[in-house]
Write a protein that binds this ligand. Structure first.
Ligand code: ASP
Length: 598
């Protein structure tokens, strides 16, 4: 074990420079560096150590001939030891062009072992040998890796630029409480038992929605908050039970002003952190997005739109098409020759997987030699197939893929197929950014299981002005088609932000609650505070929230948000490092009035 030498440390400060900053112009300077031992190499009479801190790596060199005892200490250092070294900056004979400090090294004259380290459970390098679980258990070591540090530094910068921009536009950052009452926003609440009010519970906010609206009633005019939100959902895909939003609200605005403000914020963030100029964001309305891309968050890095083939393929005696509500297809450019029967069989199995759920796949290959091969060649002649190709705006060499069934599901399946083909063709590797606004979402979503409507966005979203009179219709189909004054920001197929113009009138809010199946008493019980506030001069208002973790990931072309969160949870909602959640002891349970059994 190493002896600590506190007296020596007093004489030597930890650093004059950090490990990323010395250059050839510093040769001759006496410097002090501190950091972690990345790795060591012994070459004959020389020992080299890569010393790492947050800023970079600098090579230290020890010479057996000049100082044998120092060199011996250097040789005994293990990975991740914390050391302080002082010496002279010298020019390297063997330069490393891949490293900013690669032209110099430090000829070490003095060395202190500040703190030794056990051998880390995985290598602290860009490409680590540590699996996900191990990395999460020792997340403090994982964060030492440059790649994770860079992501957290990016996140910090993005938050700072968000604050700068919103401050410049007169937004005020206001903190709203974490211990609140449940608000229905589609997900389950995390609840916190109250000790002082036994049998009662707080809920952790799924978002500060009602508070930010109340701040508009309060006359704050422009609010924002970079805020934690909590949703107790099954953690499929890339979700975290606690995540961060850039949450915003504005008074006296219409939709255009909100879109304009947050399009500008997005452009500012790309410019200031990535040096990328985004052009103006295209807009699609919800129905267009679904009809054309089978998704309300289309990835526009490539086109390959869905074509409705109903008019073209029906009434030819092919029962699969004739009996379907909808037949649609996508034209995959240039792959007709290369897709073998075996590939197409595999693709058919792919669309039939339960996650996609299509019954089958019809294809037509328009080969470059002019021949056409189709899975329904028995039912349709070449002229008919060419008509489909024409309808799908394809050309020779293309592969036409067709699904049939009920409209909603077929479009979803075609959307998934489109993305899969885009991925296979390498279109998703593109480093481009394709933002867009999706507008005019439906106000309500019908749920077959519970036989009731849910708010597509949330219950405070205003209906489109021209649809308000339809809200009292007894016809479910009319209600399904009510439009909301709601919008989403989508970038590269990821939903980055969502918001709406809100209801600010008590009576309209009450009508909306009624549509959502609330009795007047239930609405009053749960949201009396908000509806009451609307009676004291509530200004028109609207806002948006950006998913901050996802924005970080998308801006860095990463699929996972986890590495942009310092201490994330796994798919079971566990923090493997602190081992949470965990049972609490009997006394605590008793205190909380939760010792129910016995
Ligand atoms: N509170 C909403 C959400 O979390 C965003 C908004 O409407 O501003 O999705």
């Amino acid at each position: 074990m190493f002896n600590f030498e506190p007296s020596k440390m007093n004489l030597m400060s930890y650093r004059s420079h950090h490990c990323g900053e010395l250059r050839i112009s510093d040769v001759g300077q006496k410097v002090v560096l501190s950091g972690w031992v990345q790795k060591g190499r012994d070459l004959g009479g020389m020992t080299f150590i890569d010393l790492r801190d947050r800023y970079g790596i600098t090579q230290l060199v020890f010479n057996m001939d000049t100082d044998e005892s120092l060199c011996k200490i250097a040789r005994s250092l293990g990975r991740e030891f914390v050391i302080t070294a002082s010496g002279e900056v010298t020019e390297r004979s063997n330069k490393n062009p891949d490293r900013p400090t690669g032209e110099i090294e430090i000829n070490v004259e003095d060395l202190t072992v500040v703190n030794p380290s056990k051998t880390p459970p995985f290598t602290i390098e860009e490409e680590t040998d540590g699996g996900e679980e191990l990395r999460m258990k020792y997340r403090y070591l994982d964060i030492r890796r440059d790649t994770i540090q860079k992501k957290l530094i990016f996140r910090s910068k993005l938050a700072l630029e968000t604050r700068k921009y919103l401050d410049s536009k007169n937004f005020i950052e206001v903190e709203t409480p974490f211990l609140i009452k449940s608000t229905p926003e589609g997900a389950r609440d995390f609840v916190v038992p109250s000790r002082m009010n036994k049998g009662e519970f707080y809920a952790l906010p799924q978002s500060p929605q009602t508070f930010k609206q109340l701040l508009m009633v309060s006359g704050m005019e422009r609010y924002f908050q970079i805020v934690k939100c909590f949703r107790d959902e099954d953690l499929r895909a890339d979700r975290q039970p606690e995540f961060t939003q850039i949450d915003c609200e504005m008074a006296f605005v219409d939709r255009e002003e909100v879109l304009d403000t947050f399009e500008s914020l997005t452009k500012h963030l790309f410019r200031s952190t990535l040096n990328i100029e985004l052009g103006d964001f295209p807009r699609l309305d919800y129905n267009q997005a679904i009809e054309k891309y089978g998704s309300d968050k289309p990835d526009l890095r490539f086109d390959m739109p869905i074509h409705n083939l109903n008019q073209t393929v029906k009434d030819s005696g092919f029962v699969v098409f004739d009996s379907a509500e909808y037949v649609g297809g996508i034209c995959v450019p240039g792959v007709a020759d290369e897709y073998s029967n075996k590939d197409l069989k595999k693709l058919t199995e792919w669309v039939q997987r339960p996650q996609i759920g299509a019954k089958g796949l019809v294809y037509a290959k328009f080969q470059t030699d002019g021949s056409i091969k189709s899975s329904v060649g028995k039912f349709f002649n070449d002229d008919q197939l060419l008509e489909w190709l024409d309808r799908a705006e394809g050309s020779k060499g293309d592969l036409l893929l067709i699904l049939a069934g009920d409209k909603d599901n077929s479009l979803k399946q075609l959307g998934a197929l489109r993305l899969e083909m885009g991925k296979r063709l390498g279109y998703l590797d593109s480093t481009e950014f394709k933002p867009l606004w999706v507008l005019d979402f439906p106000l309500l979503e019908w749920d077959e299981d519970t036989q009731r409507f849910y708010a597509m966005h949330h219950p405070f979203t205003a209906p489109a002005a021209e649809d308000i009179y339809k809200m009292d219709s007894p016809d479910r189909e009319v209600l399904k088609n009510l439009k909301a004054n709601a919008y989403d920001l989508v970038i590269n197929g990821a939903e980055i932000g969502g918001g709406s113009i809100r209801i600010h009138d008590r009576k309209l809010q009450a009508r909306n609650f009624k549509l959502l199946g609330f009795t007047a008493e239930e609405a009053e019980e749960q949201f009396g505070f908000l509806m009451g506030a609307f009676e004291y001069g509530a200004p028109p208002h609207g806002g948006i929230a950006f998913g901050f973790d996802r924005l970080c990931a998308v801006m860095n072309h990463q699929n996972s948000i986890r590495d942009f969160i310092a201490f994330p949870k796994n798919n079971m909602g566990r923090d493997l490092m602190i081992n949470a959640p965990a049972p609490i002891d009997k006394e605590q349970l008793k205190d909380l009035g939760l010792d129910l059994k016995d």
